[in-house]
Design a protein around this ligand. Sequence first.
Ligand SMILES: Nc1ncnc2c1ncn2[C@@H]1O[C@H](COP(=O)(O)OP(=O)(O)OP(=O)(O)O)[C@@H](O)[C@H]1O
Ligand SMILES: [Mg+2]
Length: 406
Amino acid sequence: MDPIRNPYAPGAGQRPPELAGRDEQLRAFDVVLERIARGRPERSIVLTGLRGVGKTVLLNALRSAAVRAHWGTGKLEARPDQRLRRPLSAALHTAVRELGHAQSAEVDHVLGVIKAFAQREAPANAKLRDRWQPGIDAAAVPGRADSGDIEIDLVELLTDVGGLAADVGKGVGVFIDEMQDLDPEDVSALCAACHEISQSGLPVIVVGAGLPHLPAVLSASKSYSERLFRYNRIDRLDRAAADRALQSPAKDEDAEFDDEALEAMYAATAGYPYFVQAYGKVAWDVAVGTPISAEDVRVAAPEAEAELAVGFFGSRYERATPAEREYLRAMADAALAEVEALGEDASVDEVGSVPTAAVASILGRKPQSLSPARDALLKKGLIYSGERGRIAFTVPHFGRYLRAHG
Ligand SMILES: Nc1ncnc2c1ncn2[C@@H]1O[C@H](COP(=O)(O)OP(=O)(O)OP(=O)(O)O)[C@@H](O)[C@H]1O
Ligand SMILES: [Mg+2]
């Protein structure tokens, strides 16, 4: 059918034509916004899940909900080896502007505090030209949020920003994607600051998104983090939601999938949102007319898989060095061995994690000698460890891909 009217949107962070299966999270978030605006205690929120399940897209949708409630919002994406000061100050700069507070002197003061916080990244004696200029049109306010102790500085910063929001009866939302990549010292300081802020009843909330081990990262940092954050596991779509993700955009373009096509789609995608979009896109293009049939899905499959192999799997695989790739392949083999041990009904895609010892024995190596490869893969976000001694792929169906492209 007409590729110009193709509604599907495979791609990292691409807004789907229909955000299916997330009504519960959206509704719960509206309650959180309302409660915080009224000074009620609420935990910050953390979305976790595998690659491609729709964390970024949901995070963006929650941010839009906050904007609709006239909150000030800002977003950042954490990166390994980058500290929090710069991206957080840029996010808060946006948030303060969005608040639209009328008292310009107070706004300038808070902007000045944000600037002081940002500039503290450079050593205090750095020359002016070596300091980062955050593009904030206010004079830095020395002596506030610039002690150099990130925990103290965050508390002061969020207190001032929260105070400004409280003045106008709104709140501030800081949205952090790839939160597992925050520097450990920053994570710890952020937890402490959230703790402090929630106790003082200020309307500031952090909404994070990250890989499945993010809760472990947070609780390793601060034991009270479980009380601080509400963890929300984002998963693949169930059959009804996956059908809606495909059918509703098709109908908006005066087309539809027939029942068998929907069944074939679910068998191929297992409801993983990225796969749903990728298959939907190709199925639309190859279909001659409406309704899109199971035969269309069958014809579309090789092209959809080829695109996933490049755009979803390959782009991750390429980040791994040869030694790391060997490790990944051994993980896939270890998963296969687990399935064989489990018996006939098990499918390899259901095997969540494998013992690191099994990977080592497949490679005929001592586990310790593999730690550099494993640590690098963890850092690159290709694998995660939810429990001690076990590891899993962050990318769904990665084992299958590796076996097919070994
Ligand atoms: N609820 C949904 N319904 C339909 N499609 C969705 C949904 N959520 C996400 N998608 C689609 O899935 C794809 C992946 O979404 P997104 O980039 O948000 O995943 P992610 O979890 O952030 O992945 P990563 O861990 O790689 O960052 C996008 O093409 C998006 O359009
Ligand atoms: Mg993402």
